[in-house]
Design a protein around this ligand. Sequence first.
Ligand SMILES: *Cc1c(COP(=O)(O)O)cnc(C)c1O
Length: 395
Amino acid sequence: MNHPENCDADPFAWLDRSLQSIHKANWYRSTQTINSKAGTIAQIDGREMLNFASNNYLGLAGDRRLIVAAIAATEKYGTGSTGSRLVTGHLDLHEKLETAIADLKNVESALVFSSGYLANLGTIAAIVGQRDLVLGDAYNHSCLKKGALLSGATAIDYRHLDIADLTAQLQQHRHHYRRCLITTDSVFSMDGDLALLREIMDLAAEYECMVLVDEAHGTGVFGDRGGGLTEALGIRQELIQVGTLSKALGSLGGYVAGSAKLIDYLRNRAATWVYTTALSPADTGAAIAAIEIVKSESKLRQQLWQNVAMFRQGLQNLEISAIALDSPIMAIAVGDIPETLKMANYLKENGIFAPAIRPPTVPTPRIRITLMATHEAEQIQFLLNLLGSASRHLF
Ligand SMILES: *Cc1c(COP(=O)(O)O)cnc(C)c1O
């Protein structure tokens, strides 16, 4: 038998080379360790920082009522759900949560997954295949893009928020395919701008397409009852709403909401639901408590939007521009990657946790600020003051 020259070479040697090129491109990331409860103040490396980076929009991840619900669910059911939903893991608690989600979304039925990422992967891969077309907004979240890849359908991006481009793609490609699915974030996670859902729904009707909207950053934040951008825009047509329990809802897990027959189908065909362990009792219990609060306490949402308005006004006064001002996510473009890192560092030195988000996550570097209902006005003013002094002295 012939052995190649390098038969005893390390098969993992490529990892060093790949990490080096990640460093060279300035793409290297690492984790930051937090050792405090979720809230507006985070203890990072032993230092208290003002947190403008979390997705905990309503402050529910540290809310006593969710903690109590998680403990009660754990006491009653244990720490693990012990199996997949179709075998031993299906609890009455899951049914209760799914009923609550369907009610929040004003649809017939819902299904909870272990994460929002898995909900999107499993749903997209289940509803389209090789003979089908997926048209997605170019800035869609990774899980929508990977879901389309996994499905084996032809996946084409249309330009971000560009209805004319979506129309052109539909005209050019739709008739070559059996089914067509249009996918979009409702609130774009890195830019904070909003999908043109009404226009998308109209096009979908015209070209006989299904629509899947990812309300990860919309749920709990938009709509009178916190149902999401879909609720806020009063969209009544049938569509597939996906989302997460881990952002405004302060827990962990994902969901799909829609017609009873869609959910029935997914229970049979979504591999990321069938072949994985059911959501833990603690996460499920906390999410049920969160949805109850989201529906009944509009005060929290009002506080959040007041904070958004205050920060937006502050930015305008400082003549600092954000990519969009329409959601609690405000992405501030400060320059190239080194300049953005410098700004993030300056904020960090002054006690603000607001990360630089850069390629390959996004096409252009920015500081991503997220506001919470529980931020105090003084905390927001402190951030604005720093942004003002940084843009005067840093560059
Ligand atoms: C965070 C996020 C997800 C993933 O949700 P997880 O529950 O964290 O897996 C999906 N889509 C969008 C748009 C997100 O921002």
